[in-house]
Design a protein around this ligand. Structure first.
Ligand code: FFI
Ligand code: NDP
Length: 555
């Protein structure tokens, strides 16, 4: 009983405790008290209690972390509606339950055992008219939803403009139309990207106009054929690097223009990385951003990247983005700002880390925590000019892939390394734009929000990246990639280290053999090389003779 005494001193309702004691075990009572405590102290967590929340993109990287945090901090929320499409032979229910049954949701199950009942998967395809949602489901969504978090998007850099416009612009427009018919709606939170205006160097927390009105782009996508769209795409995207950043910028304009009287906010995260603290460090489940490249470097495929070591690596942990998102949802609904506020969720101006430091820490972590079955020893480097990039691509990327595929063919197996390497080089060419520049994002709104939170909310919904220790974060990130993306067991680390030793020996042997062959060819063709060789051999012979003579005398 002493266990609960402290809580009673904390001012909790005793009758609630007694009622619970009759129903549950002490463990459950304790967690119920904790839940109650959380509700009392965190205004944001309390705000989401009893709410019906609609999330698009809930099956994506950010969406999963958002759902997890919502269920964990506000287990008494009414329902989360998720718009999901059936995929890879799985029904909606199977897709959603697979997420709920994953490691990410382990803590949720402790605080919200009936989580499966609180999630409602709605069949929807954001590429279709009215999202192909059934009439009954639409009615339910319209009449119950209190908060909308719009996370769904295509994040592929090279998506065809028609598809990128459909998902990142038209779907946003349609969702706003739906939202305008929701009588109970309190806030609509749109997730954009800090790179939507990456054509600018300094970016403020405002929506910038686009040269062509989004409505005109949406209309033209309906009647232009693919060939013409391909032709005009470079002209439309202008000085932005890809269709992704362009359509995310259009999406923001749509939100601002068509938001009407809704309480809307836009969040712009930079490069979203693995979780920093919650629900546990290092959780990541897709290859986007740095994750795929960390794998490529750890497995020894990636040897060289054209990147500016001093450029700011504006990474932001997924849980930080989610904490800001939930705080913004609360603030927008409760304080109802007169205009659409934009919040930058970036790290560069508050706690900068550059690509050089990040790369070195990634490599240092591979020493401690190597990945299994590496192709070569991890030894990536940054280059800054085009010629060295082409050189290293040929020597360190393409040549080993060709040699390895030749070996696979010889041993009767299917060659695959060249294909994989081509894909890696393509990815590198896509991300080069982002790792050779630095941007300045102003963060007035984000800082204003931070100061508007109670100390408890600042703790529970922490989005203060100044507290982030990059070296620790990157180490956990690499560890997370190993555990959650590659699904490698930590027990395999000694064997992985052995494998790297073998690779090092093969590397030395290979280099020695290469040197000897090159030297043999050279002395066969050049008199100067022969003279040098003769000089070295006679010098070694004399040295050995002298050494033998002096050791005989000493004996
Ligand atoms: C000292 C040196 C140390 C060195 C240490 C080095 C470590 C640290 C270095 C740090 C540098 C960080 C730079 C980050 C910059 C990000 C900036 C983001 C800024 C904007 C942020 C945002 O606001 S937005 C979110 C970002 N948005 C993406 O980040 C999507 C990208 N992505 C695509 O745009 C498509 O992916 C793309 C590529 C076209 C391929 O397209 P594609 O058609 O060729 O390939 P697919 O995508 O169809 O994928 C086909 C198969 O490749 C697999 N795969 C896909 N990606 C892969 C990948 N990265 N690495 C491996 N494998 C990958 C996939 O799993 C499939 O595998 P399978 O076939 O077995 O199923
Ligand atoms: N990851 C990052 O580095 C950054 C992301 N962002 C933004 O954050 C948001 C979330 O990104 P992230 O979680 O990383 O992206 P993911 O690619 O992991 O998730 C995208 C989500 O959108 C859904 N979706 C895509 N197409 C459709 C469709 N036609 N119908 C229904 N749902 C669809 C996907 O569903 P399905 O599972 O069925 O494919 C998935 O749930 C995006 O708006 C993105 O622009 C911003 C900055 C950086």
């Amino acid at each position: 009983m002493a266990k609960f005494g402290k809580m009673e001193e904390g001012g909790f309702d005793k009758s609630y405790y007694l009622y619970q004691r009759n129903l549950h075990s002490p463990q459950k009572i304790l967690s119920s008290y904790r839940r109650q405590k959380g509700r009392i102290m965190s205004m944001i967590a309390a705000f989401y209690g009893g709410k019906s929340i609609l999330i698009t993109g809930a099956t994506g990287f950010l969406g999963k972390v958002l759902m997890e945090k919502l269920f964990r901090t506000s287990p008494d929320l009414k329902v989360i509606y998720v718009l999901v499409r059936p995929k890879q032979g799985q029904t909606l229910q199977q897709r959603v339950f697979q997420i709920l049954d994953s490691k990410l949701f382990e803590k949720v199950k402790e605080v919200c055992p009936n989580v499966h009942e609180k999630i409602r998967a709605i069949s929807a395809d954001l590429n279709q008219n009215d999202f192909a949602i059934s009439k009954e489901d639409m009615q339910e969504l319209l009449s119950h939803t209190n908060i909308v978090f719009h996370c769904a998007a295509t994040v592929r850099f090279d998506d065809h403009l028609r598809h990128a416009v459909q998902l990142n612009v038209t779907a946003t427009q349609q969702l706003l139309l739906m939202a305008s018919q929701m009588p109970k709606l309190e806030a609509f939170i749109h997730i954009s990207t800090a790179f939507s205006n990456c054509n600018l160097k300094h970016i403020d927390e405002v929506v910038y106009p686009c040269p062509v009105e989004p409505k005109k782009i949406i209309d033209s996508m309906e009647w232009l054929d693919d060939a013409i769209i391909d032709e005009i795409t470079p002209k439309l995207i202008g000085d932005r690097p890809n269709t992704y950043t362009y359509t995310k910028a259009l999406g923001e304009v749509v939100v601002q223009q068509e938001g009407g009287n809704l309480n809307i906010a836009i969040i712009r995260p930079s490069i979203v990385g693995a979780t920093w603290q919650e629900p546990f460090p290092g959780w990541v489940d897709n290859l986007n951003g740095p994750s795929g490249l960390i794998i490529a470097a750890g497995k020894g495929f990636l040897r060289s990247i054209r990147a500016t070591p001093m450029a700011v690596a504006d990474l932001i942990p997924a849980d930080t983005v989610v904490n800001l998102t939930l705080a913004v949802g609360w603030y927008t609904a409760v304080h109802r700002p007169k205009s659409t506020l934009v919040y930058h969720c970036t790290s560069g101006n508050l706690n900068p880390c550059n690509w050089g430091k990040m790369g070195l820490q990634v490599l240092a972590t591979f020493e401690k925590i190597p990945f299994e079955r590496a192709f070569r020893r991890p030894n990536a480097d940054f280059t800054t000019n085009n010629i060295t990039t082409h050189y290293w691509n040929a020597v360190s990327h393409r040549a080993p892939a060709i040699i390895y595929d030749f070996y696979l063919r010889l041993t009767g197996r299917k060659p695959r390394m060249t294909k994989l390497m081509n894909r890696l080089l393509r990815t590198l060419s896509m991300v080069e734009y982002f790792i050779n520049r630095s941007w300045e994002w102003s963060t007035y709104n984000t800082e204003m929000l931070m100061s508007a939170l109670s100390p408890e909310d600042q703790r529970v919904f922490n989005f203060d990246v100044r507290q982030l220790n990059w070296l620790e974060y990157i180490e956990n990130y690499v560890l997370g990639v190993k555990k959650y993306l590659l699904k490698e067991d930590m027990a395999g680390i000694p064997e992985a280290k052995q494998h790297l030793k073998r690779l090092r020996n093969i590397h030395y042997l290979f280099n020695t053999a290469l040197f000897l062959i090159a030297w043999r060819l050279l002395i066969a063709r050049s008199q100067v090389a022969r003279n040098v060789w003769f000089f070295i051999v006679s010098f070694c012979y004399k040295f050995l003779s002298y050494f033998r003579a002096s050791s005989t005398l000493n004996a």
